[in-house]
Design a protein around this ligand. Structure first.
Ligand SMILES: C[S@@+](CC[C@H](N)C(=O)[O-])C[C@H]1O[C@@H](n2cnc3c(N)ncnc32)[C@H](O)[C@@H]1O
Length: 235
């Protein structure tokens, strides 16, 4: 029997299905998590922090140990949040889609983080613009938005499936979008937008200060190669 080709899922539906294997297969290592948390503690002001697209709450033990401030997590996928709740029963967790707006008052946070390529799941420019404006609104003056995105050089424009890493494939589709396919435990597909360097100022347009880093381990950003771009936008 041949297996039917998977259809494209929305971000919430995709992560509701990925949730069961996320921590085992797609999450990032403990060492890398500690390195990200230490970098955030050095770079951000202490105070309330919003983890936008928090998933299973991977960062929170490390952030708590560094006493960064009160943590709030927002995610659109109920199944990811359920797992976050299981490991962090006292955390403030909110279900919602950041592309539709953020359910927080103006100036609520010192820091907003969106790590492990969360933002690529918002594919429409209007939604990206709204989301960026909302992050700006909920930050305090001087607050910082840290977004970890894939380096665009990692995604070659090609209509044929390419392997990104074991069990994960991508191909270019119409409208500047990329289709992602993962193969465990069942085949799942979703569409993402790989933000190009030249598009950063369009996305972060309200933020007066923008820096791009090659990751959390230090060094100079190379626009032509690398795995990551970590964008720090200050209000
Ligand atoms: C790759 S996971 C990253 C999880 C976590 N940030 C980490 O670093 O481990 C992306 C998460 O972002 C969530 N997500 C994607 N787009 C979102 C949006 N527009 N609003 C809220 N959550 C979103 C997904 O449901 C998923 O849990």
């Amino acid at each position: 029997m041949t297996r039917a080709a998977p259809s494209c899922l929305t971000r919430a539906a995709f992560y509701n299905q990925v949730a069961l294997v996320y921590d085992q297969v797609y999450s990032l290592s403990r060492d890398y998590t500690l390195c990200q948390a230490a970098w955030l503690a050095r770079t951000c002001n202490k105070g309330p922090l919003l983890d936008l697209g928090c998933g299973t709450g991977r960062m929170w033990d490390a952030l708590r140990k560094l006493n960064i401030g009160m943590l709030t997590g927002l995610d659109c996928a109920g199944s990811m949040l359920k797992l976050a709740k299981k490991s962090h029963s006292k955390a403030r967790l909110v279900q919602g889609d950041a592309a539709q707006g953020l359910p927080f008052k103006d100036g609520s946070f010192e820091t907003v983080i969106s790590l492990h390529s969360t933002l690529i799941h918002v594919t429409c420019w209007d939604d990206l613009g709204r989301m960026s404006g909302e992050v700006f609104r909920v930050l305090k003056p001087g607050g910082i938005f840290v977004a970890e995105l894939p380096h665009p050089a990692c995604f070659e424009e090609n209509p044929d499936w390419q392997e990104a890493k074991e069990g994960m494939y991508y191909r270019s589709v119409e409208d500047g979008l990329t289709e992602l396919k993962i193969d465990t435990p069942v085949s799942l597909k979703t569409r993402v937008r790989i933000i190009q360097l030249s598009e950063l100022s369009k996305f972060f347009k309200k933020f007066p200060i923008l820096e791009v880093h090659p990751g959390f381990k230090g060094g100079m950003f190379d626009p032509d190669k690398g795995d990551l771009m970590v964008v720090c936008a200050r209000k």
